[in-house]
Design a protein around this ligand. Sequence first.
Ligand SMILES: NC(=O)c1ccc[n+]([C@@H]2O[C@H](COP(=O)([O-])OP(=O)(O)OC[C@H]3O[C@@H](n4cnc5c(N)ncnc54)[C@H](O)[C@@H]3O)[C@@H](O)[C@H]2O)c1
Ligand SMILES: O=P(O)(O)OC[C@H](O)CO
Length: 333
Amino acid sequence: MQVTIAGSGGWGTALAILLHENGHDVTLWSHFETESKQLAETHQNPYLPGVTLPEGLHYSADPACAQGREMVVFATPSFAVRTTAHAFAPYLAETPLLVSVTKGIEEGTGYRMSELVSQETGRTVVALSGPSHAEEVSRGIPTGVVVACPERELAERVQNAFMCSRFRVYTSPDTAGIELGAALKNVIALCAGVCDGMGYGDNTKALLMTRGLAEVARLGMALGAHRETFAGLAGVGDLIVTCTSMHSRNRRAGILIGQGVPVQEAMKQVGAVVEGYYAAQSAWELAQRKNVDMPITEAAYAVLYEGRDPREALNSLMLRDRTSEAEDAAWAR
Ligand SMILES: NC(=O)c1ccc[n+]([C@@H]2O[C@H](COP(=O)([O-])OP(=O)(O)OC[C@H]3O[C@@H](n4cnc5c(N)ncnc54)[C@H](O)[C@@H]3O)[C@@H](O)[C@H]2O)c1
Ligand SMILES: O=P(O)(O)OC[C@H](O)CO
């Protein structure tokens, strides 16, 4: 298959290596000409230290490199997905498969990433997500993900393109669930990092992850996602990897914030996109709009955007009104 990956950060590059190994003819597109030249000359990507890009990958900074390709994969940070899809749209008429692998929610509108690409291109878009750090995928470490699309045939074609012995791909019809799980868990991972940075323990993190998943699923379902998706790879699976891995940019930013580093400085020190920072604002807005209770996300928003002290935010989460883990209906059983 002829493939273009639109976005040469850590994730786009890891997927370019994977698809090349799967026998596809891959072009890696960069937003910056200088970045594209550097990749072509050095075969190294600073986002993936120690990984050598294989011979045979092609590099471009021109969206026209998508012309006539069979699959185009959008892999930029979320803030750039709409503009990237817009720039690529004139070249996609003969491309049957469009895929989004970005994890975020558009600020202000609340749209998911596949929705942005769809709006800009007028096409159905497959979403790919799951616990999959680029550092590990680029080194061939066994990984599992989900591809979602209401059109089963499109999902299965994308599954076939990515699947191999080191990259297991499941399909799902629940694009909303897959993308919301991916975007919203980043907020919880950032909070898990904050707790680590403040010196709290494994109990605290387990509490945060479990109750975080509960509120992620609550908002997801209010936005049309299926409950069971949050028990899958793009839900609890991705939550586990992001809250526990030192590869996680969200967790690393959180650790710095928990240690007292100012938010903007923490993101600068991480040096790659911290999607949970942006998702906290979008999730907070969506929760208000849909009247969904999201106390952890609300606390994250207050810490990240209003300068609230994280220790004080955690204290007030612990002392919220007493409640039950079960829904009211369960007590009647
Ligand atoms: N890195 C991972 O392990 C990983 C894994 C799965 C999903 N994701 C998701 O994939 C997306 C990309 O993540 P990443 O880690 O590759 O990000 P990154 O921080 O490595 O991305 C940096 C890239 O963004 C590009 N960029 C900057 N401004 C741009 C613009 N205006 N237009 C287009 N491109 C621009 C830069 O050229 C650079 O190559 C995120 O949503 C992330 O959550 C990342
Ligand atoms: O490094 P993070 O925190 O952006 O997480 C990357 C991926 O979402 C992990 O699946």
